[in-house]
Design a protein around this ligand. Sequence first.
Ligand code: FES
Length: 121
Amino acid sequence: MFKHLLHGRFTLSGSVLAIFQKRETIPIEAFFFPLFLLIYDLMETLPKIYDKKSVALELEAGDHWWCACGLSGHQPMCDGNHKGTGFGPKKFTLAEKQKVWLCNCKNSKNPPFCDGSHKSL
Ligand code: FES
């Protein structure tokens, strides 16, 4: 089997062979390329983990836009770098000046606030 892998071919056997009855071998790229595309697509739907720690900020009253994609250069707030990713900022409003713990791992179930999800990443 390894000899075939070295030559870029994968020898089929057993029930897999029944699927490809007409061919004894398939190019190894044909086997892994769809898997690579699937993994790439799944990764595109996930936000980038900016940091596995939350951040405490003293914020003024008013509207704020938290970065949900993880690509902002002005974390944890949005700077517009999400364009074309399918992500968008999460708007939140504070009634008064207060200290808040904001999520930086982008996996919180209660965005933009940290819920401890970074501990399981
Ligand atoms: S830059 Fe991340 S949501 Fe805007």
